[in-house]
Structures are given as structure tokens and as C-alpha cells.
Write a new protein. Structure first.
Length: 130
């Protein structure tokens, strides 16, 4: 029989952190996970000697430095930092990623074309919902 103040379904990153903070407040918590390994999408598996991330890159980001440091402490130094500088190439113009944040790099005529296409797509969604 499961007992406690709270039951958390899923022991991925959010479930583990929720359980941890409830325990810090003196509450009793049971975290239930259907997989054999904890971590949800933020876990890696070793297959034939190679380590693979289950859901692509594990990106942990927060603008709150105190929260970020506390989250990173859970990883006990198992951290690899990457500084990404990627671009989307469109009509021989390298636009910084994410694309929507780099639209100012495009010529005005292309920005206008993108805006018109975006508005047309929105109108189509409103005309034909679902």
C-alpha cells in the first residue's frame, strides 16, 4: 500500500525535483515511475558501449542563477557545457538560430514575404479550424 502526503506520477526531471522540494518541506512523498530507470527524457542509455541521450540533447536552462545552481547540484558534476552558435541558411544568408529571433538579418523584402506568409497561414487556420 502506498502512503504519504503526496504521490508524484513520473520520476522524470520534474517529478524528481517536485519530490525533492516536498521532502525538504517535511512532507512524505512517493514517486512512482513506470520505467526501470529514473530520469524520464533526461536520461542516457549505454548501448554496445556507446552512450545515447534518450530524447536528444539534455538542455537545462534558467534565467534564475540560484535555481540553476541548485538544479545543477543534483548532477554531482556530471555536466558538459556547450556554447552553441548555429545558423539557418536561407537564400545564401546565415540567420542565427532560433530563426525567428534572427529575422532582422534578412533583407527587408524577404522579411515582408515571411510576414505576409505568416499572416496568410494564420488566416487559413481561422477559416478552417481543426
Amino acid at each position: 500500500m502506498i502512503t504519504g502526503d503526496f504521490i508524484v506520477l513520473g520520476c522524470g526531471w520534474a517529478g524528481i525535483l517536485a519530490s525533492y522540494y516536498m521532502l525538504k518541506r517535511g512532507l512524505s512523498v512517493t514517486c512512482i515511475e513506470r520505467e526501470f530507470t529514473l530520469g524520464g527524457l533526461l536520461r542516457s542509455e549505454v548501448i554496445k558501449g556507446f552512450t545515447f541521450d534518450i530524447a536528444g540533447s539534455h538542455i537545462i536552462f534558467s534565467r534564475n542563477n540560484e535555481s540553476l545552481q541548485e538544479i545543477m547540484a543534483f548532477l554531482d558534476g556530471n555536466i558538459v557545457k556547450h556554447y552553441r552558435k548555429t545558423f539557418v541558411l536561407i537564400n545564401n544568408t546565415a540567420v542565427p538560430y532560433p530563426f525567428e529571433n534572427g529575422l532582422s538579418m534578412l533583407p527587408p523584402s524577404m522579411r515582408a514575404e515571411i510576414l505576409v506568409s505568416f499572416i496568410e497561414a494564420l488566416l487559413e487556420v481561422y477559416r478552417n479550424p481543426g
